[in-house]
Design a protein around this ligand. Structure first.
Ligand code: ADP
Length: 164
């Protein structure tokens, strides 16, 4: 069988982006962040509003257990609703992290004032957004938030220009 040659302008990559409870509590910030996603040429592949139980938060952030901010983080992330997105574009992981800015809000304000965390973050823990930091974590985190989403199926059925 001769396979058709694909001519893709861009190779898409997936990432997981999360709007944390501090931002979801403010409709205008939510609106601004949604707009920012669209203006930054991301495709919104899936979107979900959800609220974590404490044990979801503990499991997701298990790598940080033992850090001084762990309990605070776990409590905060299960304190209210969140919005999760699967986003696609070329180099989605790096682009979303660049848009978010540094983890620490005061550092973000100093070094990269145009970033989301600099503009909307409240503290180093309540820092508005999450984004996967590697292909491996994107796959793991997409499965955590969207267990029904199958990356392989999406690649085949919805997006032929996909890159892991
Ligand atoms: P990022 O979210 O930028 O990938 P990390 O994975 O290191 O950063 O941390 C996960 C989350 O834990 C951060 O987004 C933030 O909410 C919280 N956090 C990280 N470092 C600190 C810190 N020094 N003080 C308070 N909270 C922190």
């Amino acid at each position: 069988m001769v396979r058709p040659t694909l001519h893709c302008a861009k190779a898409l990559q997936l990432t997981l982006a999360v709007i944390k409870p501090d931002a979801v509590a403010h409709p205008l910030i939510m609106k601004a962040l949604h707009q920012r996603i669209l203006e930054s040429n991301f495709i919104i592949v899936r979107r979900k509003d959800l609220k974590w139980r404490r044990q979801d938060s503990e499991r997701f952030y298990a790598e940080h257990s033992g850090r001084f901010f762990y309990q605070r983080l776990v409590e905060f992330m299960s304190s209210g609703p969140m919005r999760a997105y699967i986003l696609a574009r070329e180099d989605a992981i790096a682009h979303w992290r660049e848009l978010m800015g540094p983890t620490k809000v005061y550092r973000a304000r100093y070094t990269s004032p145009d970033t989301i965390r600099a503009q909307y973050g409240l503290t180093d823990t309540r820092n508005t957004t999450h984004g996967s930091d590697s292909v491996e974590s994107a796959h793991r985190e997409i499965a955590f938030f969207f267990p029904e989403f199958q990356i392989e199926d999406w690649m085949k059925k919805e997006e032929p220009c996909f890159r892991t």
